[in-house]
Design a protein around this ligand. Structure first.
Ligand SMILES: [Zn+2]
Ligand SMILES: [Zn+2]
Length: 132
């Protein structure tokens, strides 16, 4: 069982299943949609997904004709995307998961759009919580 929530907690969801595939997307639209250099998402079955509370807080933005990006309109958290020609699959924004097992990412896509100011490097110092 996967559980998750938006930042304000107004939207909470559950998924009766496992996250079996994790994709990191560097495309320009995902960057703007998340406000970050990439998004990490996981395709899940719409069937096993339910909004526990906050259905009325969901808002959908169609970033292209066939793809909606669904977010909490109170706090702005991106929750998932869904193609209208593939409604049985949601692409869950993994950063909103609050409990359940999250496997490591399987692949990166749109690598031609990787932000050149953001370097994923093993040599980069890593800190727990804030550097200060
Ligand atoms: Zn919210
Ligand atoms: Zn993308």
């Amino acid at each position: 069982m996967i559980k998750g929530s938006c930042l304000c907690g107004g939207v909470q969801y559950e998924y009766d299943g496992e996250l079996t595939e994790l994709a990191v997307c560097h495309c320009e639209m995902c960057k703007r949609a998340q406000g970050t250099p990439f998004v990490t998402n996981s395709p899940i079955k719409f069937e096993g997904f339910r909004i526990v509370i906050g259905k009325d807080l969901l808002k959908a933005y169609f970033s292209s004709e066939k793809k909606q990006r669904v977010f909490c309109f109170n706090c702005g958290s991106p929750l998932y995307s869904q193609r209208i020609d593939l409604p049985e699959v949601l692409r869950l924004r993994v950063g909103t998961v609050t409990s359940g097992k999250i496997p490591p990412p399987d692949y990166q896509q749109y690598c031609e759009s990787v932000s050149d100011w953001f370097v994923l490097s093993d040599d980069m110092p890593r800190y727990i919580q804030n550097k200060t």
